[in-house]
Design a protein around this ligand. Structure first.
Ligand SMILES: NC(=O)c1ccc[n+]([C@@H]2O[C@H](COP(=O)([O-])OP(=O)(O)OC[C@H]3O[C@@H](n4cnc5c(N)ncnc54)[C@H](O)[C@@H]3O)[C@@H](O)[C@H]2O)c1
Length: 434
């Protein structure tokens, strides 16, 4: 195996993956059409919160760029001509109506196809609806290159399973599943994946099986989260403490209910059911085959609105009320706000008339909300303090003392159990929990 490869798409997956190969002795080239992204990579000034055995991503980036193990470009024709292994890591966004935008994947394959040579290997690692690798990926590569997959070049699919913030560890230690268009593709891809991954690779009987497995892994988690959130709604209705209820259920050795939250964020779990549905052309068939997944997705998407309703009732309406969010990212300790239930909750509150303020030193405050820097000052003017996630750089002990000093005038909306062990807080009328 050559120790040279190229990564197409340098986002939350592609960039840490490129660095992981670079650290393991590969000469890696990366291409991304986003010029701003390329600039922040070249200047090692990413907002991304990843570390590599404790070394922050920007430091690793600086080293790999300096020693030449990583080079990046925004132009496909600037990739080195002798690279024979390509890994695709671009996304498939969806809109509110669950329509899939395949243009990035198509663009990546068209750009790559122009460079493809006989004997090359392409591994798609994007999360895709069933049939996409053998369909859109293959046909776009073939059209652009004039070559034939399985004959002139090899084509494989292996889903990416990392969680943001844990990329390096999971690239090395999360077991992988791979499928190939033929045995040679499967074997070559297994070797490339195994060069950085320590776990035995599961060689699947088809590409479609691997594509489906990835979606069901995520969709199953969507269902589990819907179970937890609905348990919380039910517990609230009866005044049963949610956390204690989950704890009690989980004493059963075969039960594992998750802790509830304000919804599900990121590009993985919320996209799983839309991708499953996107794999089927007939919408009636979708409802027929996948009713549980549909209903879980709808319930999770509605969770921020449900929480906004509870806050509104507790606060006697939201018109003109100032709510201060501490944390706005899509999950705990993340810098990513692109699919964030905290943003959805803030939007629902704003729609109901509230003024939303955000204090988050890691994730960028969306422009429709006011960015704040100081929790002490906020506690003086805010009507509600909202804790939708845990965030880095927040001193929760200090936050608790500031919030409790203002409690009563200030409604505490604690969706991460920050006050969960303060027995005298839990039953207060100014405390809102899941
Ligand atoms: N983020 C995660 O934690 C995670 C985990 C597992 C799987 N995935 C999957 O991995 C894939 C990538 O996810 P991500 O989070 O890195 O997405 P991302 O949006 O962070 O990164 C994708 C990158 O691709 C670039 N791009 C778009 N079109 C391109 C083109 N034509 N040529 C070159 N580059 C192009 C974009 O500019 C962007 O920087 C998705 O399919 C996602 O579902 C993501």
């Amino acid at each position: 195996m050559e120790n040279e490869l190229a990564v197409i798409g340098l986002g939350y997956v592609g960039l840490p993956l490129a660095l992981t190969y670079a650290l393991d002795g590969f000469s890696v080239s990366g291409v991304d059409i986003d010029l701003q992204r390329i600039e922040s990579i070249r200047t090692s000034s990413l907002g991304m919160r990843e570390d590599f055995d404790g070394v922050p991503v920007n430091d690793v980036l600086r080293t790999c760029l300096a020693n030449g193990s990583l080079s990046v470009t925004s132009k496909f024709d600037e990739l080195p001509k002798d690279v024979a292994t390509f890994i695709i890591t671009v996304g498939i966004p969806i809109d509110k109506a669950w329509a899939l935008d395949m243009s990035m994947l198509q663009g990546a394959c068209a750009g790559l196809g122009m460079l493809l040579k006989r004997g090359d290997l392409v591994i798609c690692r994007s999360t895709v609806p069933v049939g996409t690798t053998r369909g859109l990926v293959r046909s776009t590569l073939e059209r652009a290159s004039g070559l034939v997959a399985g004959k002139d070049f090899d084509l494989a699919y292996s889903s990416e399973r990392i969680a943001e913030g844990h990329a390096y560890d999971e690239f090395r230690n999360m077991p992988l599943v791979v499928g190939g268009i033929n045995t040679r593709s499967l074997d070559r891809a297994t070797e490339v994946l195994g060069a950085v991954n320590r776990e035995p690779v599961f060689k699947a009987s088809s590409i479609e099986l691997v594509e489906a497995a990835k979606m069901f892994e995520n969709a199953q988690r969507d269902v589990n989260i819907a179970v937890a959130d609905q348990l919380a709604r039910f517990a609230n209705r009866f005044g049963i403490p949610t956390w204690e209820l989950v704890e009690a259920c989980n004493t059963h050795s075969r039960v594992k209910i998750l802790m509830p939250g304000i919804g599900v964020g990121g590009h993985c779990i919320p996209y799983a059911s839309p991708y499953l549905f996107g794999s089927l052309s007939d919408q009636d068939e979708c409802v027929d085959l996948l009713p549980t997944f549909l209903s879980a997705r709808q319930a999770n998407a509605a969770q921020p609105g449900y929480i906004a309703g509870r806050m509104s009732r507790k606060m006697g309406g939201l018109t003109g009320k100032h709510v201060l969010f501490v944390g706005i990212a899509m999950k705990d300790y993340s810098d990513d706000v692109s699919v964030s239930p905290a943003v959805d909750l803030a939007t629902a509150l704003a729609k109901a008339g509230a003024e939303v303020h955000v204090l988050d030193s890691i994730a960028e405050t969306p422009k429709e909300f006011q960015c704040e820097k100081d929790i002490d000052a906020g506690s003086l003017w805010a009507d509600a303090l909202v804790l939708p996630i845990r965030q880095a750089n927040v001193d929760y002990d200090h936050l608790k003392s500031v919030a409790l000093a203002a409690a009563g005038r200030l409604t505490l909306c604690d969706f991460r159990g920050v006050f969960e062990h303060d027995a005298d807080v839990l039953e207060q009328p100014w405390y809102v929990r899941l």
